[in-house]
Design a protein around this ligand. Structure first.
Ligand SMILES: [Zn+2]
Length: 150
């Protein structure tokens, strides 16, 4: 990536950062308003806490996005920006333009998505195995107690 490209993507990242900060400020403002109007109407309490939960989630998401942005800026500084963090290949410029904070190339991203799907299935299987195993254990315990009594 040459200097010009690096500057271009840095600008994209900074624009993204500004957008995120703006949104974050707005969300925080709305949350403050909600907190202040809490006592206003008792009946609305439920809706208010729903809104609050929703806003908190959005704020959390945005804060995570900002972390990614900072991470990308660090990468620009140490010269690793635009390289896939998994395989080290260059991430395509098209992809960076669409997602300036991308840290994985398209191939690795796809792989990761497939693995995380697979991971979910594996987790479910593990939970099932643990359940089965747990039942076996308790049976064995029953037997052990049985023999002790005899
Ligand atoms: Zn890769």
């Amino acid at each position: 990536m040459n200097k010009k490209e690096r500057e271009y993507f840095t600008r994209l990242i900074l624009e993204e950062r500004k957008r995120k900060l703006d949104t974050l400020g707005r969300l925080q403002g709305t949350l403050d308003e909600i907190n202040e109007s809490r006592a206003a109407e008792y009946e609305e309490e439920v809706t208010l806490s729903d809104d609050k939960e929703y806003l908190s989630k959005l704020i959390e998401q945005d804060a995570r996005g900002l972390e990614e942005i900072n991470h990308s800026l660090e990468k620009v500084l140490d010269g690793t920006y635009g390289k896939c963090e998994h395989c080290g290949e260059l991430i395509s410029k098209d992809r960076l333009e669409a997602i300036p904070t991308a840290i994985l190339c398209m191939n690795c991203k796809r792989q990761e998505e497939q693995e995380s799907l697979g991971g979910r299935v594996r987790r479910q299987e593990r939970v099932q195995r643990i359940k089965l195993h747990g039942e076996e254990d308790s049976e064995r315990e029953d037997l052990a107690i049985g023999t002790e009594e005899e």
